[in-house]
Design a protein around this ligand. Structure first.
Ligand SMILES: [Zn+2]
Ligand SMILES: [Zn+2]
Ligand SMILES: [Zn+2]
Length: 144
């Protein structure tokens, strides 16, 4: 955890940025709420509790910066807002998301399960796959 902050500090420094308390609070908020897929407004609301002086524009720019540095990923769940999650495995394939069309809950599927498909695609299309974003829409167990 502190290691990660040190690495991030160095990487920000290389790009001419500093790990300001506001940036740190934004990242902490995303890490503390892993699995909740918070949107920009929700992140802003939580960061404000720690840094009352922070503005939405600062949070917005911080999210863009962290995304650019691949510390967090933006996920689009077709609900009209950008949601963010912490990148647990920087080089790994993204986990899949199950979206309930009734209550809107989001469940994560940790296993890739696509290895066979990826292999076929790579072979048949001479294409190297780095990642994928897979969303499944349906009805969760609580809504049936
Ligand atoms: Zn994969
Ligand atoms: Zn549901
Ligand atoms: Zn997720």
């Amino acid at each position: 955890m502190e290691n990660l902050m040190e690495t991030l500090k160095d990487r920000l420094k290389e790009k001419g940025y500093k790990l300001t308390p506001q940036r740190r609070a934004t990242l902490d908020t995303i890490m503390d709420n892993q699995g909740k897929h918070l949107n920009t407004e929700e992140i802003y609301g939580l960061v404000k509790e720690k840094c009352p002086e922070i503005g939405l524009a600062t949070v917005y720019r911080t999210l863009q910066l962290l995304e650019e540095m691949q510390v967090i990923s933006r996920i689009n769940l077709d609900d009209g807002c950008s949601r963010y999650e912490f990148n647990t495995h920087e080089d790994d394939h993204q986990h899949h998301h199950l979206i309930c069309q009734s209550c809107g809950s989001i469940t994560e599927v940790e296993i890739d399960l696509l290895e066979h498909l990826e292999e076929e695609i790579e072979k048949n299309h001479d294409f190297h796959i780095n990642d994928h974003k897979v969303k499944f829409f349906g009805i969760c167990s609580k809504c049936r």
